[in-house]
Design a protein around this ligand. Structure first.
Ligand SMILES: O=C(O)CCC(=O)C(=O)O
Length: 318
């Protein structure tokens, strides 16, 4: 991360990393998304509708009988999705913004197209500015933080958003209030799109594209670019322009310092094949000790016990 990028990240709370993915990676990932998304089509009222999300913040299971740690994740799609855990074009940014012991907390995919045009819901916000409107604002214990001191960045959560298709001006997509990661004042009334989480119902109004204030940056990117942002920066999704023939396909990989956890579910590195030592460390559950020998013994044991349980259950079902 060069000096200009450090300056801009501190100033605005986000950066666009050009060509974070090679065109070959974009192609490989897109082909898998095509295959999986078609498989996920479901019917609503006689009309075929595409699921817009896969993976999750890992706060829910796909099935009631899912085992612990098996909440939906993009990593389950394997291959190039596993590679993204730790790629050389992104790793130096994560090290600078989070320190060397960072972990992947959760991942998900967002697809926007002609059929999906949700209102803007801004969330996040440094210094508690997200307030009670934030998803985890009332409960996060201050983990949505941004700080720079003694020449180091400190972030409670860093999102890496890989764009698989180009997002041009006017399309919609990622947007944020630059600098809001350092603001001390709550988001203005004009940007309060939804009531508190517990009072939400579907279809509540947010901000339509035409109502979005000028101080919100609508960020464009080319296929293969990655938008890196701190969750402390107020951000959200601008409704997709239904006139656009393009589809937005974004893969989010969200990282935090090793001692921090957002998701109540952890990855189980046994579920994925061919991981490097560094990838295993990045998937480790949280602790203030980082991926040390002491902590890995504990998690290896937990994973071995889960494997044994799966084996016994499978045997019981024979
Ligand atoms: O890129 C976007 O559409 C925003 C996604 C978002 O709000 C989030 O991941 O928290």
């Amino acid at each position: 991360m060069n000096e200009e990028e450090k300056y801009l990240f501190d100033l605005r709370g986000y950066l666009v990393v050009k060509n974070a993915l090679t065109q070959e990676q974009v192609k490989d990932l897109s082909e898998i998304v095509d295959e999986k998304v078609n498989g996920l089509e479901h019917h609503t009222g006689g009309r075929k509708k595409r699921h817009h999300q896969r993976g999750s913040d890992r706060t829910w299971f796909a099935n009631d009988d899912d085992m612990a740690w098996s909440s939906p994740a993009l990593l389950d799609w394997g291959g190039p999705f596993i590679d993204l855990i730790d790629i050389p074009t992104i790793a130096p940014y994560l090290e600078t913004l989070l320190g060397i012991n960072y972990r992947l907390d959760h991942d998900y995919m967002l697809i926007s197209n002609k059929e999906s045009s949700h209102p803007l819901f801004l969330h996040g916000g440094g210094q508690g500015a997200g307030g009670t409107l934030d998803l985890v604002g009332p409960t996060d214990g201050g983990q949505c933080y941004y700080r720079y001191s003694n020449g180091r960045f400190f972030n409670g959560l860093i999102a890496v958003a890989f764009e698989l298709n180009t997002v041009s001006p006017g399309d919609g997509g990622f947007a944020c209030i630059p600098g809001s990661h350092k603001s001390n004042v709550e988001v203005p009334e004009t940007c309060k799109p939804r009531p508190p989480f517990e009072k939400r119902a579907t279809g509540l109004p947010g901000l339509a594209a035409c109502e979005i204030p000028d101080f919100v940056d609508r960020v464009t990117a080319s296929a293969g670019d990655a938008i890196i942002f701190t969750e402390a920066c107020q951000h959200g999704t601008v409704p997709w322009n239904t006139e656009s023939d393009r589809e937005r396909r974004t893969l989010f990989y969200k990282y935090c310092p090793h001692a921090v956890a957002w998701s109540p579910c952890y990855y189980n590195s046994d579920h994925y094949e061919g991981l490097t030592e560094h990838q295993i460390n990045i998937l480790m559950p949280p602790s203030a000790f980082g991926p040390s020998d002491r902590t890995s013994i504990i998690w290896k044991k937990a994973q071995a016990e889960q494997a044994e349980l799966m084996r016994l259950r499978a045997k019981g079902n024979e």
